[in-house]
Ligand binder design. Sequence first.
Ligand SMILES: Cc1cc2nc3c(=O)[nH]c(=O)nc-3n(C[C@H](O)[C@H](O)[C@H](O)COP(=O)(O)OP(=O)(O)OC[C@H]3O[C@@H](n4cnc5c(N)ncnc54)[C@H](O)[C@@H]3O)c2cc1C
Length: 394
Amino acid sequence: MNISNSFPKTADIVILGAGVMGASIAFHLATRKAGKILVLDKDHVGRGGSGRSSALVRMHYSYPPEVQLALISLRMFEHWQEVVGEPGDFRKTGFVRIVHPNEAERLKQNVEMQRNLGVNVELIERQQLKKIEPDWNVDEVELAAYEPDSGYGDGAGVANDFLNRARELGVTYLPRTQALAFRVESGSVCGVATAQGEISAPVVVAATGPWTRPMFQFVGYDLPIETEFHQVAILKNAPGMKGGGCACIDSVSATYFRSDAHDKFLVGDFYGQRPIDPDNFPQRASDEGLEELIERACRRVPKLENAEVMRGVTGVYDMTPDSRPLLGEIPGIRGLHVCAGFSGMGFKISPAIGLVMSELLLDGRGKSVDLTPFRPSRFAEGQPIKAEHEYKDD
Ligand SMILES: Cc1cc2nc3c(=O)[nH]c(=O)nc-3n(C[C@H](O)[C@H](O)[C@H](O)COP(=O)(O)OP(=O)(O)OC[C@H]3O[C@@H](n4cnc5c(N)ncnc54)[C@H](O)[C@@H]3O)c2cc1C
């Protein structure tokens, strides 16, 4: 086959990146028959942060639009078969949010706000938590938020399922095709340059995760996205440990953790190292790093002390100054959109992000959730997002 003949030269919408975001956008655009849609990935579907994700699904946010995005997404995870025609990997284990004891009032306010938005969440006391998770040490916990409907999923699976369904609906996918530069003329994007050739398009969306910033710097727009290195430990459950328990975000140990299938346990860190090259970062987690992480998680789950480390996972977050994504058109460049900066929290909202980004592109605004607060210019305008009852480590 002659590649130059089959390489598409035009599209109505080009999406860069086939992670959970690019694939979700492509799927939602395709369901609305939005014309000729092209997805390019410099690697393969799900091979970026999505395939390394711990993939916790929870509704607990302090900023209402994020709760809305998480809730819309949960409904899709719950009905995955109807949405994309595949069974999916969403596991409803339940989720617990533990905050610093001096933030209990904020926890109460946030739970109330979440309940008002329709989240199935309740405040529970120490004894109730001990009953749900007998393996956890909850001595200092007075209150926690408990979401019975949350749990975890699979990043690579979600990206693949969205993209496969999008392709069935007519989307073209080009793996191993790197966008080298945006083409801009008279204040409008008109396509992208790749090593295989130019593609003309009036609309381009970059869902390129930690690789996003340099691409926009070339066209004179600096998006404040920093790369951050993270390590995750996967352990074999110690003898006598309850399998399949709740996922948890625990401010006291500064770790998050969840069960992994019925016989394993996953632990991740709140904090990581910046900056890191997303094309050249350690593929193997360091022994010291994992030891320190597990030691902290042991304060909450003491039985982990006897759990054997099976492997580590490493990955890169795309962090913004307020830890919220940058969503929308770049000021001064019509048709050029960004969908990145998910700051280590994108998996759980990816189904809804695809939906609202498709609304933004086709209807001119996010209808299901207003995306204005997430506009890429908010930092330059001095308007980062700040929730009313934000936690110190939000
Ligand atoms: C270790 C780890 C743990 C996490 N845990 C959680 C969690 O528990 N819960 C949660 O909700 N989120 C979590 N996240 C975050 C979540 O996984 C990410 O926010 C989400 O996967 C981001 O998806 P994405 O599509 O934006 O980016 P990516 O999956 O990184 O996809 C970007 C894609 O763009 C492609 N690309 C880049 N540049 C170009 C170019 N120039 N041309 C063409 N293609 C290009 C890349 O190859 C890549 O496939 C975690 C992330 C990591 C790394």
